[in-house]
Design a protein around this ligand. Structure first.
Ligand SMILES: Cc1cc2nc3c(=O)[nH]c(=O)nc-3n(C[C@H](O)[C@H](O)[C@H](O)COP(=O)(O)OP(=O)(O)OC[C@H]3O[C@@H](n4cnc5c(N)ncnc54)[C@H](O)[C@@H]3O)c2cc1C
Length: 398
């Protein structure tokens, strides 16, 4: 049996293991090992909802034991520490794993861009721990103010929640924070004018990937909900209770969240892979490293150019999942003596949550807003969970 080692059981890695298992129907030529540092699959696309108390933490944790039941996959819970591509082995926190074929799907980490004080004083929004810490800090802020003898000011610095980074994560977090703060203000009997949610971005617009009409719609909705948006705003330094902005400006805040950047984990470059922007491995049309043809990189770890228009494929869950499936299909095709097919990027669209009950959902010509948009966004979450729970059984019955 040939050894397939998959590093990371997130959106991409899990899809490789499940899809290959389903295609092979117990007749795989691969002995599959799936390695992850956690014992659960993180529904990462909903982490900000935990941060804003919209959903409980349990909702984004799916134990691997529930997902891999009946699969011929060995799950190893350990930290990948170093890859030796020439020796075809990976050093982990629990020992060395050999492979014939490697899939790197380790996701990304927060990139603080060397901005002084940012890593120390701002919350990230990548992991479940980030979300829980942030949620506690927001609750604590309201609690402290309500138990303090100091007068509560309008836009009180103690209740100023700054989110830096107007991409999808930052924008959705700001929108969900509107509902969370409303709830807390009611509970602690604090007036609306005492707290504020501020969204900062260095670009011309937040959510620059949207069309001008859709971008404007999102901005209007957020402003209507009371989120203050400042674009073309560059953070120079962060301290425990303030953000310093280029142009000698400063905003006081005790709860600052950074959603302004991600990068591939350092293990890729440290292991000798040539990396491109954000530490990602540039891959060929088959998602393989040009340096090592027995190494695939997918999801947030891969730098993929769309051959049709030269654009770089975004780092999102839906692309990672499809890339994982594509790798599994290629391995299976190769086993069957069929020429493996190339990866062709495909997007199902996108949905931007605008609070607990609203979203903008876009898919081809379909554009939904408000409650229908939110229902569509929730349906995409349900569909993903359904897929990862059913993928093996559904496909093996074919
Ligand atoms: C708050 C938030 C909201 C988002 N919203 C959306 C959205 O609406 N739509 C969308 O498509 N995308 C969204 N994304 C992006 C999406 O979550 C990622 O692009 C996607 O998870 C990438 O998949 P992946 O398989 O590359 O990595 P991941 O899903 O991150 O999986 C990586 C896995 O590797 C494991 N791992 C990492 N390092 C190690 C190590 N050294 N050793 C062992 N295991 C390790 C991790 O535990 C994890 O399980 C969002 C991301 C965030 C943070």
């Amino acid at each position: 049996m040939k050894k397939l080692l998959i590093l990371g059981a997130g959106y991409g890695g899990l899809a490789v293991a499940q899809r290959l298992d389903a295609l092979a129907r117990g007749k795989s030529q691969w002995e599959v090992t799936l390695l992850d540092q956690r014992d659960y699959h993180l529904i990462q696309v909903r982490v900000h909802e935990v941060a804003a108390n919209s959903i409980p933490a349990e909702k984004v944790k799916v134990p691997f034991s529930e997902l891999l039941e009946g699969n011929k996959v060995t799950l190893v819970q350990a930290q990948a520490e170093r890859i030796e591509p020439q020796a075809k082995r990976v050093h982990t926190s629990t020992g060395i794993l050999d492979y014939d074929q490697l899939v790197i799907a380790l996701g990304s980490v927060t990139d603080y861009h060397n901005i002084p004080g940012l890593e120390e004083f701002a919350f990230g929004m990548k992991t479940l721990e980030d979300a829980i810490d942030y949620r506690l800090a927001v609750i604590e802020a309201f609690d402290t103010v309500s138990n303090s003898d100091e007068p509560v000011l309008d836009s009180d610095p103690r209740l100023t929640f700054i989110i830096v980074g107007g991409g999808l994560t930052g924008t959705e977090l700001a929108a969900e924070m509107v509902d969370f703060c409303k709830e807390l203000a009611k509970h602690y009997r604090i007036e609306r004018k005492a707290y504020r949610i501020v969204l900062l971005d260095s670009g011309e617009h937040i959510l620059s990937q949207l069309s001008p009409t859709d971008g404007e719609y999102v901005r209007q909705e957020l402003r209507y909900s009371g989120v203050r948006i400042f674009t073309k705003t560059f953070i120079e330094r962060v301290e425990a209770n303030a953000v310093y902005i280029k142009g000698n400006k400063m905003i006081h805040s005790n709860v600052i969240c950074w959603t302004g950047g991600i990068k591939a984990p350092p293990i890729l470059e440290e292991s000798g892979f040539d990396v491109g922007p954000s530490g990602r491995i540039p891959v060929d049309a088959y998602l393989r490293s040009p340096q090592y043809q027995n190494v695939f990189a997918i999801g947030d770890n891969a730098l993929i150019k769309d051959r049709r228009n030269g654009s770089i494929i975004p780092q999102t869950g839906q692309y990672a999942e499809r890339q994982g499936e594509c790798v599994a299909e290629q391995l299976w095709e190769d086993d069957c003596g069929i020429k493996p097919h190339r990866y062709v990027p495909f997007s199902m669209g996108m949905a931007v949550s605008l609070g607990r009950d609203e979203a903008l959902a876009l898919s081809g010509p379909i554009r939904l807003t408000g409650i229908p948009g939110r229902l569509a966004k929730n349906a995409s979450y349900d569909n993903y969970e359904w897929t990862i729970r059913r993928r093996p059984r559904l496909l093996t019955t074919r």
